[in-house]
Ligand binder design. Structure first.
Ligand code: KG4
Ligand code: ZN
Length: 357
């Protein structure tokens, strides 16, 4: 089955053509990073307008690069949740219209499910890449989400949240700390680069929720500590101090992500840990995860960078598994800012929230 995937949930307009066995025939991503960078974060209205501007050219290019005519497409997959409502609506309306015109089925895909299943994508240049076997533990850490899941299959009812962040996502913490330090947006890659040459022990920052046996995360306290440091000492003017601060912050985030991921895999008695989401690009995280999983006798799988950051190939693949089951959401596409996955983590200090849909 050959599927056209479309993704517009946040600040990337993306389209891809993927076979249901995971083969990626094309993967086009138009990023809005520059558009939002001067505001230090994403401006939802600007995001929607830019999706509207680019969705047709991006889809056209994805079909062209895959050397696929419209009538060779068996179905369309569209991100329906979670994300910015206006941005999601652009993609959903476009996908529904195209599906009607092509008389093909269209299926709604949860963005987080897409990230977790991105490990099944087979890029033409990834020779020898072996996708994971079920069950596995997935650490999804991006700008909008940070959570651990037990993944038993492709369906929404086979993916179980083990613990999520109670406040900021890991990528969001990187972005906010970079903003505090005047380093620009997105902050993750810049902090990662500076941290490489810094000494993580030079500045003492606490380890978020270290003592807790739970699989939940918290990063806003750590961000506040960096803010306090800046308040007391000013933004480090000299490069070495700035590198040390980035290294200390990154070390604390990575330590929390890795220790809880390994704890989750051991607790769930699974052999494989999969990293996904934009923060999986972080060098410190990759190194620490490789070391910790080898010590624990676990297999670590980090999909190629293009599969970790927001893309439509992961949406096409996740959608293809629904289409293979004969599902069709045509005429029934709904968008939502929340994930369709069952949430078990208590946000902030409020009551435990268990929501679905
Ligand atoms: O998955 P993604 O592309 O988009 C979302 O769904 O959020 O992730 C983007 C996030 C941003 O917060 C960015 O700062 C972070 O991933 N990121 C990194 C690195 N590269 C991207 N964080 C830490 N280290 C990196 N090297
Ligand atoms: Zn994402």
């Amino acid at each position: 089955m050959r599927v056209l995937g479309i993704e517009t949930s946040c600040d990337e307009t993306a389209a891809a053509v993927v076979e249901s066995d995971g083969r990626v025939l094309s993967d086009v991503v138009h990023t809005q990073v520059e558009l939002h960078s001067r505001y230090g974060g994403i401006v939802p209205e600007l995001a929607s307008r830019d999706h509207l501007r680019f969705i047709l050219p991006v889809v056209t290019r994805a079909l062209e690069e895959a050397q696929t005519e419209r009538d060779q497409i068996d179905g369309i997959a569209i991100t329906s949740q979670p994300g910015l409502t206006g941005a999601l609506l652009v993609g959903a309306q476009f996908a529904q219209g195209l599906a009607w015109a092509m008389q093909k089925p269209v299926v709604a895909v949860d963005h987080l499910t897409g990230h977790l299943l991105a490990a099944f994508l087979r890029y033409p240049n990834a020779v020898g890449y072996e996708p994971p076997e079920f069950p596995f533990v997935g650490l999804l850490c991006s700008g909008g989400h940070t959570a651990l899941y037990r993944v038993e299959g492709f369906g929404l009812d086979q993916i179980f949240e083990l613990g999520a962040t109670r406040d900021d996502a890991a990528g969001e913490a990187f972005d906010k700390v970079a903003k505090l330090l005047g380093l620009g947006y997105p902050g993750g890659p810049i902090v990662d680069k500076l941290a490489r040459e810094g000494d993580p022990q030079a500045i003492n920052l606490s380890r978020p929720m270290k003592a807790k046996a739970s699989l939940e995360f918290s990063f806003s306290g750590l961000k506040a500590e960096v803010a306090r440091y800046v308040q007391q000492h000013g933004v480090p003017g000299d490069e070495p101090r700035l590198r040390d601060l980035c290294a200390a912050f990154q070390h604390a985030v990575v330590n929390s992500l890795v220790s809880k991921s390994v704890r989750a895999a051991v607790k769930e008695e699974v052999r494989t840990l999969v990293l996904c989401g934009g923060v999986a690009a972080n060098r410190g995280l990759r190194e620490a995860a490789a070391l910790a999983t080898s010590e624990a006798g676990l297999k670590l799988l980090i999909p190629p960078f293009a599969a970790c950051t927001d893309n439509a190939a992961m949406i096409a693949f996740a959608g293809s598994q629904k289409l293979l089951l004969g599902q069709n959401d045509s005429g029934n596409l709904r968008v939502s800012p929340r994930t369709a996955l069952l949430r078990v983590t208590r946000k902030g200090s409020g009551p435990r929230q268990v929501t679905s849909k």
